[in-house]
Structures are given as C-alpha cells and as structure tokens.
Design a protein around this ligand. Structure first.
Ligand code: GUN
Length: 285
C-alpha cells in the first residue's frame, strides 16, 4: 500500500519559509511583496483558484490586488490594465487567470505581462530560461511536483520519469525540471503508441491529462512514485484526479491524493515566485 504524499503539509512548509523571508524583507527593506490577480468572466473553477491565491497572499504577508473583470471585457481594456500594473511599483507579480474568454488572445496577454512580473513563468522569455536551466521564476505546478517528489526522498537522477500530457503549463516544463535533475524523461500524449507499456516502465509517473481515472493500475510499475496533477469535476460534483487512486495506491510506493496533493503546491510556488519578483525588482539578493 502506497504512502500518501501530503500536499497540504509540504505546501505549508514552503509558505512558512516564504512568510519568514517576507517578514525580513518588510522589516529590513520596507518592501511588502504585491501580487495582482486578474480574472475575466465568472468561471466557477477560476473563481475558486483566485480566492485561494488571495488567501495564500494574506497567509504569507503579501498585498494582493484583485481585478475581477466582466466576461465582455475587450482585449484592449485588458491590455490597458496590464500596462498599468506593469508600471505600478507596488505590484511585483501579475497573474492573469486562464482560461480567458474566447474573444481574448491568450498569447497576446501572456506576452504583454512584463517578464520580471510574470510569476506564472508563462512569458516566452521565462519559458526560454526554464529550457536552459537558468531561471528565477519556477513554473508553479511542475515546481510543486518536484517539491512533492523530493519530500519522499526519492532520487530522480537516472530514473525513468514519464510525464503524461504536453501542455505549456504543466507537461513541457515538468519534463524540463525532471531533465535538469538528470531523470530519463519520456513525454506521452494523446498520439502516443503503447502508452500503458511506457507508463508501466516509469519509476516516477506524473499524470497531467485532464481525464478522470485515466491512469489505471496496469499502467503503473510496482513501487513507482505517482503524482496526479489532474483536477476533474465528476457529474456528481466530486473532484477527482487523472489516476484511478484506489487501484493504483495498491501498487505505488508513494501517491498524491486529489484534492490535497499537487493543488496546494502550485499556490505555494506562486508565493515563492512573487517573493523572488519583489526582491529582484528592489535589487535585494
Ligand atoms: N489556470 C489553471 N492553472 C493556472 C495557472 O497556474 N496560472 C494561471 N494564470 N491560470 C491558470
């Protein structure tokens, strides 16, 4: 039976570390980190995420500024707001909650956020930095996964690491972080042949597919570390991951629950990035 990886506990220790450094930044340098969160429209899942991000800011001692815009907001109006926040010294990090309404060009928005304030690490400049391994901003969800793997004491170097999913937010940067730690990385996706076979060879399996119960027990190696990035809402309203938890926990050595696994980590890493942004913008090492 697998050990449960407790994302709430690991995220609490990351936030505690951020909180201590924030107290120091405020008392020694008079700088309070500030995060601006933009939400366009009224997607209920996005609303939950944004509320959690604001709550985390309060916990670690940051200022947070929420911009809740109506679904009809134009591209131009959103760009004008981003430009204002780019130039506001009280705002160290800018996060525009995705997905955006269809009429807004998401890439244009990502590109408009100044790279130094891009605490999601979605801007091509920061993506490039992640690719070459010289980065200040962590890709939040993948970095949270790394913290969870490290919390188990599992060695990554040389291990077979399989990532299911190739999104810009999770799959691709996840593969990069594992590669930087000398994992032998395979990225699988909807066109992958022999998916089950490849997964069954993984010492570390990261599922970021977006389909409930996609990863079944036959796809998991005995003793594997299984990380579930999925967040799927079932018809009965229940939240569930990409992994068939009940069957897979009998085979894995470590497994993350949903909820309470990766979710809280993403937010903790966002706090870490906002602190980094505040220090960089004030030339504090
Ligand atoms: N939507 C889902 N995940 C994320 C995230 O990490 N950042 C932003 N900005 N939007 C998201």
């Amino acid at each position: 039976m697998a050990n449960l990886i407790n994302g709430k506990e690991v995220s609490a220790s990351v936030k505690q570390r951020v909180r201590e450094q924030t107290e120091k930044l405020i008392s020694e340098n008079g700088v309070t980190p500030g995060l601006a969160v933009i939400i366009v429209g009224d997607d209920p899942a996005s609303r939950v995420y944004v509320n959690s991000k604001k709550k985390a800011c309060a916990e670690v001692g940051f200022n947070s500024f929420e911009y809740a815009l109506p679904a009809e907001t134009t591209q131009e109006e959103l760009m004008t707001l981003i430009e204002k926040l780019n130039n506001d010294p009280k705002v160290n990090g800018i996060l525009c909650q995705l997905p955006l309404p269809k009429h807004i060009d998401e890439n244009a928005v990502i590109n408009a956020i100044r790279a130094e304030k891009d605490v999601d690490a979605f801007h091509p400049f920061n993506v490039g930095k992640i690719m070459i391994g010289d980065f200040a901003f962590l890709p939040c969800t993948p970095a949270g996964v790394m913290e969870l793997i490290d919390s188990t004491g599992t060695e990554i170097s040389g291990k077979n690491c399989v990532v299911i999913g190739r999104s810009n937010i999770v799959g691709k940067p996840m593969a990069m972080l594992l590669l930087h730690r000398s994992g032998t990385v395979t990225i699988c996706h909807s066109k992958t042949q022999n998916l089950a076979e490849i997964c069954a060879n993984a010492d570390i399996l990261v599922a970021a597919v977006g389909r409930a119960n996609f990863v079944t027990a036959d796809m998991v190696k005995e003793g594997a570390v299984v990380i579930d990035v999925g967040m799927n809402r079932l018809e009965n309203g229940k939240l569930c991951g990409d992994v068939d938890f009940e069957a897979v926990e009998k085979k894995a050595s470590y497994i993350t629950p949903v909820p309470g696994g990766v979710g809280p980590m993403t937010i903790a890493m966002l706090m870490q990035n906002t602190l980094t942004a505040a220090k960089m913008q004030n030339n504090i090492g």
